[in-house]
Design a protein. Sequence first.
Length: 154
Amino acid sequence: MGPANNLSYLLHHLAAVMGRQSDQVLQEQLGIGLSQFKILMVLEWNPRVQQRAIADSLGQTEASVSRQIKLLKAKNLLVSKADPQNRRKHITTPTPKGMQVTEAASAVMRRSFDQEFAGLGDDRLMQLVTGLQHLHRITCRPGKVGACDHQLGI
């Protein structure tokens, strides 16, 4: 059985290739990378969340999220403030400009893969989405390593 018949390999490979393509198109069109877009997306779903929760949600280290947040702050896409109930914690929220860039990035991502996805046909695309949502629920259930506590905005 070669790599093309191995589901785990295919998922990882497609994620990596699509990640590189997404990063390139986002950089070219909006001046942000995929990592920054993912942080903005998490904050769109759940504004006023701590960096630790963002890192956990994305399966990244807090240090990597912190670096990206600094870049997003420099672009005036995010603001961070001390939590009034615990001054050691910081709450990060998107600015209005950050929300606009998040929406624009979502549109860029849809357009960049529309042709490939359209080639699947509506029925197969819906089956794929449903299957991936189901796989997400199984893979990210509580108690599993790297489990997330979000529903992918669904």
